[in-house]
Unconditional design. Structure first.
Length: 115
């Protein structure tokens, strides 16, 4: 009987340790992975500007936008929502028109369809 309790105690300890390890590993956030221009080529083909404009837009997002706040996953917003966000933020950041256009192209191509 004592051996049975010992095995149960070991099993419970392992279960608790495993649960703690799984819980703690969930606390480490996964880094945001932004799509590259090459991954968005099919969307770029349908839009004016092409791959180079997408590359420039991604570069603006990674350098200019990240200078002031965290980067949001482009798929968190629809292209229509990005249009509003970029219009507002481009004024605040004093982005030139060509940079704002490239940024919008990138975020719209990578954005969530619909809505």
């Amino acid at each position: 009987m004592r051996q049975w309790f010992r095995h149960c105690g070991i099993g419970v300890a392992l279960l608790v340790a495993g649960s703690l390890a799984a819980g703690l590993s969930g606390c480490a956030g996964t880094p945001l992975r932004l799509p590259t221009a090459e991954e968005l080529v099919p969307a770029a083909v349908r839009q004016e500007g092409g791959v180079e404009a997408l590359r420039r837009g991604r570069a603006v997002y990674v350098t200019e936008c990240a200078a002031c706040h965290r980067l949001y996953n482009p798929s968190d917003y629809s292209p229509a929502q990005w249009r509003e966000i970029v219009a507002r933020m481009a004024r605040r950041a004093s982005l030139p028109g060509d940079q704002a256009a490239d940024l919008l192209l990138y975020l719209s191509a990578a954005g969530r369809p619909g809505r």
